[in-house]
Design a protein around this ligand. Structure first.
Ligand SMILES: Nc1ncnc2c1ncn2[C@@H]1O[C@H](COP(=O)(O)OP(=O)(O)OP(=O)(O)O)[C@@H](O)[C@H]1O
Ligand SMILES: [Mg+2]
Length: 265
């Protein structure tokens, strides 16, 4: 089991769209996925049409009041499970801040998931602010997946998140955490700008950047208003194809290097 934080302090870069649709595409490939909505805006929750479960959030588990397992809900997709969010989760920031070990609350809350093998991947949809919830996500994650939008200043935003991840690592809260992948989103093939930005980011971050690029499509932006993943809303369109390709590449990248390959040099 691996915990992946989908994080970028910049807003509107495609974190939630990626958390929901990568989660769905991985579930379609027989991976058991737990998606945790860590954003009080609850966009991942409503993208799955599950906003009616009020109070079913990570709020109580984070404060040690309820077991995390009690908050895991099934979704329409067989292998995809969700812990929803709602606005009240914002209050957890304040309360967690007063607790000892406040950076490690989420890591501790998710600890039982590491002991059993119910899930292959836990995806954390992070809020855009650099608050307690996002810091907790970075401290709990094995790896960070950072979506960035193909636009001017993409690199500047990336430099910031890299620095934040370094701070979490240096603080000792999560000594091994790193950005495992960078995903270019909202690629617009009609402009040169998108291609230039992708080239520039690849030049700086090399293999960290996913080969798969997510195109800008109206369908991807419409799907959440119907409470549907792109795999349900437009199952053979460009958006669904991109997120399926991303899921394949994601799984490939998780595969450990075979021992024989390691011992060659
Ligand atoms: N590939 C895409 N093509 C078209 N629209 C997209 C695409 N990806 C995301 N969007 C739209 O862009 C907006 C921002 O995307 P999303 O909510 O995924 O970003 P976010 O990083 O989670 O934002 P926040 O920081 O507010 O949580 C949404 O309206 C979403 O539907
Ligand atoms: Mg979001």
């Amino acid at each position: 089991m691996k915990i992946i934080a989908i994080a970028n302090q910049k807003g509107g870069v495609g974190k939630t769209t990626t958390a929901v649709n990568l989660g769905a595409a991985l579930a379609e490939k027989e991976q058991r996925i737990l998606l945790i909505d860590l954003d009080p805006q609850a966009n991942a929750t409503s993208s799955l049409g599950m906003q009616e479960f009020e109070g079913e959030t990570l709020y109580e588990p984070l404060l040690g009041q309820t077991a995390m397992a009690a908050k895991i809900l099934p979704t329409r997709l067989e292998q995809l499970f969700l812990i929803p969010a709602d606005l009240d989760l914002a209050g957890a920031e304040v309360e967690i801040a007063r607790m000892p070990d406040h950076l490690l609350r989420l890591a501790q809350t998710l600890q039982p998931l590491r002991a059993d093998s119910a899930f292959d991947f836990v995806l954390l949809d992070c809020p855009p602010s650099l608050g307690i919830l996002m810091s907790n996500a970075l401290a709990a994650a094995d790896e960070i997946l950072t979506p960035i939008q193909c636009e001017y200043f993409a690199l500047e935003g990336l430099v910031k998140i890299v620095r934040v991840v370094e701070q979490v690592r240096d603080s000792g809260a999560n000594p091994n955490v790193q950005i495992g992948g960078i995903l270019m989103t909202m690629f617009d093939s009609r402009t040169n700008l998108s291609s230039q930005v992708v080239a520039e980011v690849r030049q700086h971050f090399g293999d960290k950047v996913y080969t798969t690029v997510i195109p800008r499509t109206v369908r991807l932006s419409e799907a959440p208003s119907f409470g549907k993943t792109i795999l349900e809303y437009d199952k053979s369109g460009a958006g669904a194809r991109a997120y399926r390709a991303l899921a394949e590449e994601f799984i490939r990248r998780q595969a450990p290097v075979p021992a024989s390959a390691e011992s060659i040099s």
